[in-house]
Design a protein around this ligand. Structure first.
Ligand SMILES: Cc1cc2nc3c(=O)[nH]c(=O)nc-3n(C[C@H](O)[C@H](O)[C@H](O)COP(=O)(O)OP(=O)(O)OC[C@H]3O[C@@H](n4cnc5c(N)ncnc54)[C@H](O)[C@@H]3O)c2cc1C
Length: 459
């Protein structure tokens, strides 16, 4: 076996190989979470499925560890490792609508925004997440949820088929009728089974105009706002999805300057039904108390899908803790408010995303994503600028989590797990499905070549 050599890999690819020292190396190894600073052996920018297959074969032949990068948004930094080949799919961003089938074929580097832009040309949407620069395939492989989840289920519930390169370097399809065990595992089991080269997602009529946006109140009103949030979300039609957030007010033009930097409580919402109905359904929220600002209005679905983008720039330092919740217990809401008011960083937040609805229509074992008893997702998101502040903000997130985790369903979202979340948290994410995932892993990747992920070890 020859020593691995980026020039030799280049000869096997149509896309570019970027070794250390190349002018594009530092930009290409950087990912969303600025806490992650790793130096890969080289970065291979794949332009097609044949490049993916060639990269995998090269890595296996040369015993070279490798990672897979889609949108680069995984908080644990799974996309990049020291001395490993980064198989970079971020240039493969196609999204092609098949109107007849009611689906969209998604390439593995497509972001949520790439897909919405194409599907909205047809007045259609896939079930995606809340921030448009997130990689769609990474999100889907871990489960996925967003504004349309209450109507149509987890993102992975809406995948109809996938094409992937397996541990043997074979290109296979997985669907309900082809390699059904693999198809089951792909819908939540992450990158454990192969490198996905394309996925088909179901589409639904949404927009182009919807009612959505953000509304905020002073943090001193948090108790009443959270009580209202609980009542509204328990009774909301499936077309309406809300998330509560507490943070310091950003210097956004829709918030008065005297509020900037002050603690606020807010609700981000999206109603995907007819706009007249939507305006009636959101009335209890927009007429609650004395908001300090609101941009809840008729707007394009595409603008709604990027409304939180500015809060999540590339390169800042991030640390999260997360749990699924069965409901909003009053004691939980008290802790939520206390830690929300105690936020020190201008960028940190605590979010309560509403889920439930269609998620609970399917049987628990429909896919390893499971967690169909979840009604809310708690996400404690610390975010700050400098390494010297790591301890302070990570400490806040951990303390907040310690005070609220007792209200969890016991489940957690695999895509929100950080670098320091180990096997016990992976087991929490999959619950009773973990053992079945091990079986599928043992069949499709017995040597665990796909290990740069939240790993399911084969038997
Ligand atoms: C700002 C932000 C907002 C988010 N919002 C949401 C949200 O609203 N809803 C939600 O559900 N999640 C959300 N997430 C979580 C998100 O789903 C995960 O971070 C996910 O891992 C992102 O995928 P990516 O392709 O961008 O990540 P990457 O870091 O590129 O990839 C992560 C890992 O996924 C696997 N992977 C990715 N692509 C492939 C592939 N083609 N084949 C095989 N394995 C692959 C690999 O193991 C890879 O290392 C958000 C994350 C961030 C940072």
């Amino acid at each position: 076996m020859s020593a691995p050599d980026p020039t030799a890999l280049q000869q096997a690819l149509r896309g570019q190989v970027i070794p250390p020292g190349h002018p594009a190396y530092d930009d290409s190894r950087a990912i969303w979470n600025g806490m992650i600073d790793r130096r890969p052996w080289a970065i291979a920018r794949c332009i097609g499925t044949a490049d993916i297959q060639a990269c995998l074969r090269y890595a296996l032949e040369h015993d070279l560890p490798f990672t897979v990068r889609g949108g680069g948004h995984n908080i644990a930094g799974l996309a990049v490792a020291d001395d490993a080949l980064m198989i970079d799919l971020s240039g493969m961003r196609g999204a092609w609508v098949n109107r007849g089938a009611g689906t969209v074929r998604v390439q593995p580097g497509a972001t949520l925004g790439d897909i919405d832009r194409e599907t909205q040309l047809h007045g259609l949407a896939a079930v995606l997440g809340f921030v448009s620069n997130t990689g769609a395939t990474g999100l889907t492989l871990g489960g996925g949820f967003g504004y349309l989840t209450r109507e149509y289920g987890w993102t992975c519930d809406n995948v109809t088929s996938a094409e992937l390169v397996t541990a043997e370097g074979r290109l296979v399809r997985a669907s309900e009728t082809e390699n059904a065990d693999l198809f089951w595992g792909l819908r939540g089991g992450g990158g454990n089974f192969g490198i996905v080269a394309g996925m088909d997602h179901k589409l639904y009529p949404v927009g182009p105009e919807i009612v959505g946006g953000l509304i905020a109140w002073k943090a001193e009103d948090a108790d009443a706002v959270l009580e209202m949030f609980r009542n509204v979300t328990v009774n909301a039609p499936r077309e309406l999805t809300c998330a509560a957030l507490m943070r310091k007010a950003p210097p956004a033009p829709w918030l008065p300057p005297e509020m900037h930097g002050q603690p606020i409580v807010g609700i981000v919402l999206c109603h995907s039904g007819p706009v007249e109905q939507a305006e009636a359904d959101v009335s209890a929220i927009i007429h609650h108390g004395s908001p300090v600002g609101s941009v809840v209005q008729r707007r394009s679905y595409v603008s709604q899908q990027s409304i939180l983008d500015a809060t999540q720039p590339n390169g800042r330092r991030y640390y999260w803790k997360s749990e699924y919740l069965p409901g909003l217990d009053s004691d939980l809401l008290r802790s939520y408010r206390d830690y929300g008011e105690r936020i020190e960083s201008p960028h940190s937040a605590i979010l309560l995303f509403q889920v439930g609805g269609a998620v609970a229509d399917l049987p628990e074992d429909h896919s390893p994503m499971g967690n169909r008893d979840a009604r809310y997702v708690l996400n404690i998101t610390a975010s700050w600028e400098g390494a010297e502040e790591d301890e302070r903000h990570i400490g806040w997130a951990r303390d907040a989590w310690a005070s609220m985790r007792g209200f969890s369903t016991g489940g957690t979202y695999v895509n929100f797990l950080t670098e320091d979340d180990g096997i016990d948290r992976i087991r929490d994410a999959y619950g009773a499905h973990y053992d079945r995932l091990v079986e599928v892993k043992t069949r499709w990747d017995p040597a665990n070549v796909f290990n740069a992920n939240k790993n399911i070890a084969p038997r």
